[in-house]
Write a new protein. Sequence first.
Length: 463
Amino acid sequence: MTELTPKEIVRELDKYIIGQEEAKKAMAIALRNRYRRSLLSQELQEEITPKNIIMIGPTGVGKTEIARRLAKLVKAPFIKVEATKFTEVGYVGRDAESMVRDLVYAAIRMAKQQKFEEVKLKAELMATERLLDLLVPALKKKAKTQTPFDMIFGGGANEEEDSEQVELTDELRLKRSEIEKKLMAGEMENEIVEITVEDNQSVPIGVIGGNMGEDMNINDMLGGILPKKKKKRRVSISEARKILVQQQADKLMDMDAIIEQGIRDAEQSGIIFLDEIDKIAGGEGYRSGADVSREGVQRDILPIVEGSTVNTKYGPVKTDHILFVAAGAFHMSKVSDLIPELQGRFPIKVKLHNLTYEHFKLILTQPQNAIIMQYQQLLATEGLELVFDEGALEEIAKVAIYQNENNENIGARRLHTVMEKLLEDISFDVGKYANSTFTVDREYVKKTFDTEEYLKSLEKYII
């Protein structure tokens, strides 16, 4: 993030999203301001809060994708939630604070994955040693007296701790060396080995209290007082290696430090994308969703966006510096239908525009994850090289535009509907095209869609 200016951020977004320059610009500035804030004194950092953004535009024009790509770009914790999923306090359903808990879990997962990458190499070496111990036992089990508590709880110390090292003979060393070479060469991946894993079949229990709606495990409630139960599993060496690498990595990682880092990342870098916010606006004559006060949901969301402390099972989390990005089509309501206090917490309002014919043509081929490229790669696995000429791309864009204008406008998602129908026969009977090249031209598109008749029948494919 330190190396990316707003212009460079927009340039990165252009690789995946066509058009919507105004929204990209606003998001890029918001992300850069976070970096600028991090360079200030601690006292001033507390005073500067994020300028939350509300995106207004029809479905399928890139609102969610812009936020998601930005989060990946700066490696920030990110979650997408729908405002319609929340209910007012006192009703059955998800409370608004659950979005913050979800963000914290996402941040901790990210922090754990980052730490895992740091210790992965050492964990792999340790896992290989464990595999060698299993395949060529060099440990002599020491007799252990079980207590009644061990018998009741299925506990007992770790098997590795209950063993004493014996001196390796030359024969054992030679055998271990041979097995190690085979393991490194991947010659034993399908061999079966028995390993010890944790038994995680404890039942989650819903806890009623400060963290309403949050599930906790019985072991979490008891603070890890009970010993973890173990069980034996017979798995292939390839699967055993993955399990052992994770086990060894867990030993090398400090979970307390990871949780602390995750909470800090959520508080300082977290992004919450609040979708469908227009559905909880109180537009006159607008009725949909659960029969729960939409204004009540807005008032529940307000203190979180405003800045408050939310309790999670990992500890309290402050929302003062989390960036909130709201989005909605606002067909049946207006931004002014939101309660004034909530409007004031989203000072930046950005309008996203409908996609044009030119946009559809670019979406087909320009992004790094372009739709045409995806279908080409899928069918290449069957030995078919798929080629689209310029005329075909123009016709596909025309069909998509026509359908969006004459049916429900679903934006760029319409291209998936059109492409599925266009390639339906080829995908179904791909065998006869194996090891060959098939060119999709303008005439093939016209023939497949059968002009007016097909355009009308396409309604059944509306997403």
